[in-house]
Write a protein that binds this ligand. Structure first.
Ligand code: PHE
Length: 335
């Protein structure tokens, strides 16, 4: 090996020990990167010496290359070890800062509220329970007999047109009112009966005041002396309880196949001049009793039906029925 080569190698070894010393002393990843660039970068000190290989005699080339590669790898290894150490330290520092303060107040989850229709349903059940009425929801899928025929709506009765029925088949349908649940009860139980049936009903209809699915409540009283006056007193008390106001009511003659006589009930809020139509009612038609095997010579009955959504609209001052079913969280949050 000629002299220049020996000198170059010892020069490189000096640089190596200096580099390893500063690597050990370094305290940041930035420092480390700087040391790498100074020594091993494109124009770093070791790289510069390595480039001299071109000027070296062929007998010394091999030994020179070998030595310098060892030096280069030593620096590289020192850099890598230190890098892992510094990274671990950095992570530990972050963790140390992230202590959990269990005395801090928590974040409360947002609370849901009852849907206005559900609140009205609960109110209605409670009011009618206080009058001694039992409550059923019945089935939303019904047959023709319970939804129509037993209610004195024979197959060719024009009232069927008003119900805009969703049919599954000629005999299977989505109930158009909650009356069929009352037919089931009258078939299964003996008078006296005081009941409400309530829940979802379906009609093929949709506009600001009609939805294809809506909620209905129907009341039924069957006893040996059920009469129109008793019904009127009951409904008068009901509307006052429900609206918690001195609501006035009036009856207008009307027609339903399942009641005779029948009436439409209007209400007027205190301070208002408008009568609002809210309910249908009447004395149970003898044909209905015949279909369920109740002796109409012994028993009389009265029935009434009301749209629950309509009651909720009036109670909360909402004018588009569809807003109940759009599930807009901002709308629902108000209740
Ligand atoms: N079932 C009737 C309807 O949905 C409502 C009603 C019930 C009317 C009882 C009068 C008596 O149209």
């Amino acid at each position: 090996m000629d002299n220049t080569v020996v000198k170059l190698i010892s020069n490189a070894k000096e640089i190596e020990s200096l580099a390893i010393f500063s690597i050990e002393k370094s305290t940041s990843l930035d420092d480390l990167e700087q040391i790498r660039v100074i020594n091993l970068g494109k124009s770093g000190s070791i790289t510069t010496i390595l480039k001299k290989i071109a000027t070296i005699s062929s007998e010394s080339k091999n030994a020179f290359g070998k030595e310098l590669n060892i030096i280069k790898n030593n620096i590289k290894a020192a850099l890598d070890t230190k890098k892992i150490m510094l990274e671990q330290q950095h992570e530990q520092n972050i963790l140390a800062k992230q202590t959990l303060d269990i005395t801090l107040p928590g974040v409360n989850p947002a609370h849901g509220t009852y849907h206005p229709v559900s609140m009205v349903i609960e109110d209605l059940k409670q009011i009618f329970a206080s009058y001694g009425f039992s409550s059923v929801t019945g089935s939303e899928i019904e047959d023709d007999f319970h939804n129509f025929t037993a209610l004195n709506i024979s197959p060719l009765h024009p009232a069927r047109d008003m119900h805009d029925t969703f049919y599954f088949s000629a005999d299977r349908l989505l109930r158009t009112h909650t009356s069929p649940a009352q037919i089931h009860t009258m078939q299964a139980e003996h008078p006296p009966l005081r009941m409400i049936s309530l829940g979802k009903v379906y009609r093929c209809d949709s506009d600001p005041t009609h939805s294809p699915m809506f909620h209905q409540l129907e009341g039924l009283v069957v006893s040996e002396n059920a009469n129109f006056l008793e019904m009127k007193a009951l409904l008068d008390d009901f509307f006052k309880s429900f609206f918690e106001k001195d609501v006035a009511i009036r009856f207008r003659p009307s027609y339903f196949p399942f009641t005779e006589p029948s009436a439409e009930v209007d209400i007027k809020m205190p301070g208002s001049d408008n009568w609002l139509e809210v309910m249908g009612c009447g004395m149970v038609h003898p044909n209905v009793f015949k279909h369920v095997g109740i002796d109409s010579a012994k028993y009389t009955g009265y029935a009434f039906g009301v749209g629950i959504d309509r009651l909720a609209m009036l109670k909360y001052g909402i004018d588009d029925l569809r807003s109940f079913f759009e599930n807009d969280i901002d709308f629902l949050k108000q209740f």
